[in-house]
Structure formats: C-alpha cells, structure tokens
Write a protein that binds this ligand. Structure first.
Ligand code: ZN
Length: 250
C-alpha cells in the first residue's frame, strides 16, 4: 500500500473528479493520502474531504504564496479548523523567495503557523523554495517537526533538516531527466527518512510529464526511488508508508 503525503484533490482542477481519481488510486494500491490546504478555502475543502473519505487526511494553513490573502480573521478560522479530528498537520506553510514577494510578511505568517503547530502539538508540512537558510533557522528555533515537501535542495541540506526531525518528501522532479538534486537526495537520504507525494495537479512525473497530475501517479515516484536506491519498489512502498504514519501520528 502506498501513502501519498501531498495531494491537492481540493484544488478546482481535481475536486469535481474526485470519485474517479480516488478510484484510480485504489487501482494502483494507493490507499492513504493527505490533502493539503494552502489558503483558507482549500483548507476548509481538505477537512471536508477528510470527513467524506476514509482514505483522506487533511492539513490546514496559508502557504507563503498565498500570504497576500492573510488576515487575522482568516488565521482564526485556520486555528479552529486545525482542531478538527481529521487534521493531521499544519501546512503547507513556509517561505518562498522565488517570486519577488514580501519576505517580512511571509516570515510573520509562517511564525503564526509555527506557534499554532506547537500549541496543538501537530507536525508541519513545509513549502520552501530559494529560502533554505532562513527556513532552517526558523524551524530550528521553533522546535517543530514535520515534512520538507517537494524537496528541491541539496542532499547535504536535506540531512540538516533530517537532524531537526524532518522527513524529506520527493515528488515528480525526482523522475525528470535533468533534475540532479532530487536524485542525489533519493540516493543519499536514508529510506527511513523519505516520503513520496505527487503535489498534483502540477509536476506530473515521467512518463506522464506535461499532463495533468493526479494522486495515483505517486507510484512513479516510488518506482524511481527504488531504481536510484537499487532496492525493490515493495521496500520503498512499505517504508514510506510507515514513515507517513509515523509523522502524521495515524
Ligand atoms: Zn502543495
């Protein structure tokens, strides 16, 4: 059984087709998944989906790319949602300096979520792009544990996050021909610290690159990790499933 730790079945691109997409998952033996919120509306939908389907778990939070929508009221609603029994983590949250964004605002919003995670004793799902050093320092100070989602940094940096108590989650890029870093991460980070995800609807893995991504495609990520680690896909399947259950406390 595979555990997809990061899907956006709550996005408008996938939501209406959820019945079929979940069926596709079960055909590929993907039996558990975490639907990740990135703003208030998608967080609400993630929680609703988790109540609707037994195979779905939810996370809630406002991502660095959605910080402009941040308000005290929205955050209060996130904090209420976070107490729902189906919520397994706070996220996706973090820092993203790829676009020319307000770093100060991102840090403030990130900190609010870190405090919430600590208060509720929940793990966190981190979205980090071009901001590894700042992110590392804030996580170290917070003492929170969780997942570095769709990790794209170096393998050395990955091991620093592992030492803080984080799992490293790999998505479509590990299958891309020219993506060197995620391949090094797959090879050098121990399997008992790795997770698999699709981060759909974008970043479909090879051999489906360029098409709309969906949760069932997580098997291609597992297949690639097995190839890079020179182990069986069953081993990747079993260990990443156990890792996901461990971090989400389920
Ligand atoms: Zn995401």
């Amino acid at each position: 059984m595979f555990f997809n730790t990061h899907t956006h079945l709550n996005s408008d691109d996938l939501y209406e087709e959820r019945e079929q997409l979940i069926k596709n998952c079960f055909e590929k033996n993907v039996t558990e998944m975490t639907v990740v919120g990135y703003d208030l509306a998608s967080s609400k939908r993630a929680v609703a989906l988790a109540h609707e389907y037994e195979c779905i778990h939810a996370t809630v939070g406002i991502s660095p790319n959605d910080c402009e929508d941040y308000s005290e009221e929205a955050f209060k609603e996130i904090a209420v949602l976070a107490r729902d029994e189906e919520v397994v983590a706070i996220g996706e949250i973090g820092l993203d300096y790829y676009y020319d964004t307000d770093k100060k605002l991102q840090k403030r919003v990130f900190n609010k979520h870190l405090e919430l995670a600590k208060e509720l004793d929940l793990p966190i799902v981190i979205h980090c792009r071009d901001a590894y050093e700042d992110c590392y320092n804030m996580l170290k100070e917070s003492g929170c544990k969780g997942i570095m989602h769709c990790y794209s940094g170096s393998d050395q940096m990955a091991m620093r996050f592992v030492q803080l108590g984080f799992y490293i989650s790999l998505a479509g890029p590990v299958t891309f021909k020219n993506a060197k870093m995620p391949k090094l991460v797959a090879k050098n980070v121990p399997l008992d610290k790795l997770l698999i995800e699709t981060d759909d609807p974008y970043m479909a893995p090879v051999p489906l690159r360029g098409t709309r991504n969906e949760p069932a495609n997580v098997v291609y990520i597992a297949e690639k990790i097995a190839e890079l680690k020179e182990c069986s896909i069953e081993e990747v399947e079993r260990q990443t499933f156990d890792n996901a259950k461990d971090i989400f406390h389920i």
